[in-house]
Write a protein that binds this ligand. Structure first.
Ligand code: KG4
Ligand code: ZN
Length: 360
């Protein structure tokens, strides 16, 4: 089964063709991040305008690269939310039009739940259920349990924790800005932290607080980190400060504070729920230190759990996992002829406020 995935929830315009939910035949991503770097963050209207410019060429290119003719495409999978309304609308209207013209079923996909499916791509052994999944993206931080694929009756995702304020990616982006680093902040902080680590491999990184780390729940709070970093930056500007901290040093401290709490609480949840697989997903999952620390933490636990994390390129927004999600959750519809989409194409609409367990 071959599915064309379309993703336009934020500042990436992406299309991909994926076979049987695991084999990537094409993966095209056009990003307007560089444009947003100039303003230090996303301007929704500009992101939407870029989506309009990119969507047709990106879909066109993904089909060309996949070497598949239209007859070989079984269905169109599409992100309907959450995301920026203007950006989502571009994908929704394009996919509906293509579904009508090409006579293909259309499968509406929850972007957040779909992130998890990057763990099914390019793997020899698929994750086993029950699975515990941590989704860490620019706007969301969610810990969910999966008994099965969510479309199957008993497989609905159950939410066991998440952020109470800023998302993990948002914490990277906002603190990066305080350090004068470009948007998106995650990769920038990671690069700076790496420079520090190379020169100072044994320094203990304990400068910033680890909020809620000892609380008996699976929630996080990242907004305090922003304030703590701002205070430190201001303190550094004062002439009275003797020890001057560097941007790489501060970046390493920020990264360690975010990574520590994410790993600690997720591992605690793994001990309680004893899943067979632990799945990391979302843009922040591309973070080298987070991946490293999860692997280390699991190796130190007597847990019979297999850890999955997608290649960094598949963690950040793209359309491969949108297609993979549709493959494993809606195989019946992907095979069906037109008119048998999970919901009629005319009823598919953008859902900017969808959450990870939200029904479409
Ligand atoms: O999943 P994603 O690509 O888009 C959303 O759905 O939000 O996640 C984007 C987020 C941004 O906050 C970005 O700074 C962060 O992922 N990110 C990273 C890294 N690469 C992207 N954070 C930390 N380290 C990275 N290497
Ligand atoms: Zn995302």
């Amino acid at each position: 089964m071959r599915i064309l995935g379309i993703e336009t929830s934020c500042d990436e315009t992406a299309a991909a063709v994926v076979e049987d939910g695991t084999k990537i035949l094409s993966n095209v991503v056009a990003s307007s991040a560089e444009m947003h770097a100039k303003t230090g963050g996303i301007i929704p209207e500009q992101a939407a305008r870029q989506q309009i410019k990119s969507i047709i060429p990106v879909i066109d290119q993904s089909l060309t690269i996949s070497h598949q003719s239209l007859e070989n495409i079984d269905a169109i999978a599409l992100t309907v939310g959450p995301g920026l309304i203007g950006s989502l609308l571009v994908g929704v209207e394009t996919a509906k039009t293509l579904s009508f013209i090409w006579n293909k079923p259309i499968i509406p996909v929850n972007h957040l739940a779909a992130h998890i499916y990057a763990n099914w791509l390019k793997v020899n052994k698929k994750p086993k259920f029950p699975a515990l999944a941590l989704v860490v993206s620019g706007g969301h931080t969610d810990l969910v349990l999966m008994k099965d694929h969510p479309s199957k009756g008993r497989g609905k995702l159950s939410w066991i924790g998440g952020t109470r304020d800023d998302a993990a990616g948002e914490a990277f982006d906002k603190t990066a800005r305080l350090l004068g680093l470009p948007y998106p902040g995650g990769p920038a902080i990671s690069d700076e932290a790496e420079k520090f680590k190379v020169k100072n491999p044994n320094v203990k990184l304990k400068m910033f607080p680890r909020p809620m780390i000892d609380e008996d729940n699976f929630d996080w709070s990242f907004s305090g980190l922003k304030t703590a970093v701002l205070r430190k930056v201001k303190e550094q500007e004062s002439k009275r400060v003797k020890e001057k901290l560097t941007v790489p040093g501060l970046a390493a401290e920020i990264q360690e504070a975010i990574v520590d709490v994410l790993v600690e609480k997720t591992i605690r949840a793994a001990k309680l729920y004893k899943p067979k697989s632990l799945l990391l997903a979302g843009g922040v999952a591309a973070n080298k230190r987070l991946r490293e620390k999860f692997k280390l933490a699991i190796s130190h636990q007597p847990l019979a759990i297999k850890f999955f994390v997608p290649p960094p390129k598949l963690c950040t927004d793209n359309a491969t996992y949108i297609a993979a999600y549709a493959n494993f959750n809606y195989p019946r519809f992907a095979k069906a002829s037109r008119g048998e989409s999970p919901i009629p194409w005319k009823e598919i609409k953008a859902e900017p406020g969808l959450n990870i367990v939200g029904e479409i």
